[in-house]
Design a protein around this ligand. Structure first.
Ligand SMILES: [Mn+2]
Length: 407
């Protein structure tokens, strides 16, 4: 099923890159002392989801264990690790601490300190502006800062995260590649009489089997009129011939998300009305992708997507199709499936965005969305998910060529 996809063979960012990111944060905030706290094991939801690392903390540290923080200041670059906790370790395994052998080499930090040293480290820089993430400041930092004023570091870290490094682009492409295989597996599984959850299960199997850790978001497998609900997640319905199936599904692999949507006919053939609407949405996506390049704003691309839909047709009640695009036509994607992006700032090379126009027409019981992941390059843009069939003809040919699968 996954022939050609090497397992876990991706080039993750290394310690040198994480250090360079902290250096960039330092340069962006001269004279500031920045505290960025990672996720903790005690957080609500962990019992259901397992531990999830904080994206801003991971971006700056590469550290995957709970309860840690980084402190980045004028002459400070410290990883703070929690005290050993044998009781907790019985449940979730041994963790590194400041006294672990070779801790500097293991973490890539020249200096690793115990979390309890935070107050002393902050006090050593009495003149520094204090910035924190998450914001408002976590309890540990409020205590350590002893009443000093603190502001948010989140915007500043998000600015850095918007432009992806070559290693990050490779990570996102890997997540996209695995997710495209998941979509193809879904198309093989899909048939009249199959339930939405069966298609969702098929997709998850592909990326968990490939070593990916999470759904990037709950799979949206929406047949018929369920596709009108933008974030439909029940996935309980039985699909039938003559309906469309909208799949907005992506994996998170090595911390990086994919976000891909295709809408395909359950019985293998678009009706002429479905094809008309599908072509309108695809034309909208293509126009926005064709206009994507450095210097253009996301708002402009959204406008192009809407304008194209407006000219592409009407609903049966006579309204132009742009009236049925009820969300912004894209967002950034990276460590988070909705990664930081500006809508009014010019796009830059290295940014990765989705372009995802759709139409959701209640009076026709029809929802259609097409979503691709677009890398902004120095000369324009590259569709990272172009390898997954997009046109109505390509989709029908793929479906016609399916081997007879277990239903
Ligand atoms: Mn999306």
């Amino acid at each position: 099923m996954l022939a050609g996809l090497p397992l876990l063979a991706w080039a993750a960012p290394d310690a040198v890159e994480f250090r360079a990111r902290r250096e960039a944060l330092r340069r962006a905030n001269p004279g500031a002392l920045v505290y960025v706290q990672g996720g903790t094991e005690g957080e609500r939801g962990n019992i259901r989801t397992g531990f999830l690392q904080d994206s801003n903390f991971y971006y700056l540290s590469g550290w995957m264990e709970p309860g840690a923080a980084v402190l980045v200041g004028p002459d400070t670059d410290v990883l703070l690790l929690p005290e050993p906790d044998p009781a907790r370790d019985r449940y979730t395994g041994a963790k590194q601490h400041a006294g672990s052998p070779d801790i500097a080499a293991r973490t890539g930090f020249a200096r690793v300190a115990a979390a309890k040293e935070l107050a002393a480290l902050a006090a050593a820089q009495p003149g520094a502006r204090l910035l924190v993430s998450p914001s408002p400041a976590p309890e540990a930092f409020r205590v350590a800062a002893a009443g000093r004023e603190t502001a948010s570091a989140v915007e500043s870290i998000h600015q850095l995260r918007m432009v992806k490094s070559p290693a990050e682009i490779e990570m996102v492409q890997r997540s996209a590649d695995v997710s495209m295989e998941a979509h193809k597996a879904a198309w093989r599984r899909m048939a009249p009489g199959v339930h939405e959850y069966q298609v969702a299960a098929t997709m998850g199997f592909v990326y968990f089997d490939a070593g990916c850790e999470h759904h990037a978001y709950p799979p949206i497998v929406a047949s018929g009129k369920n596709a009108i609900v933008l974030h439909y997640q029940r996935n309980k319905r039985r699909m039938d011939a003559g309906e469309l199936l909208l799949m907005d599904v992506g994996a998170e692999c090595g911390m990086y998300a994919a976000d891909i949507t295709r809408t395909v006919p359950v019985n293998g053939h678009f009706t002429s009305r479905q094809r008309e609407l599908y072509n309108a949405v695809l034309a909208s996506a293509d126009a926005a992708i064709a206009a994507a390049k450095p210097g253009v704003t996301f708002e402009k691309l959204n406008g192009i997507a809407r304008e194209t839909l407006k000219k592409a047709g009407t609903s049966k009640s006579g309204k132009t199709l742009d009236n049925y695009l009820t969300h912004f036509a894209g967002h950034g994607v990276g460590l988070d499936v909705h990664d930081p992006t500006g809508r009014t700032a010019p796009l830059e090379p290295g940014m990765i965005i989705t372009i995802e126009p759709g139409v959701y027409i209640p009076e026709e019981d029809t929802g259609i969305r097409v979503e691709d992941m677009i890398l902004i390059t120095p000369g324009g843009a590259r569709n990272m998910t172009a390898a997954l069939p997009r046109t109505a003809g390509e989709i029908e040919r793929f479906l016609a060529a399916r081997p007879k699968a277990r239903r």
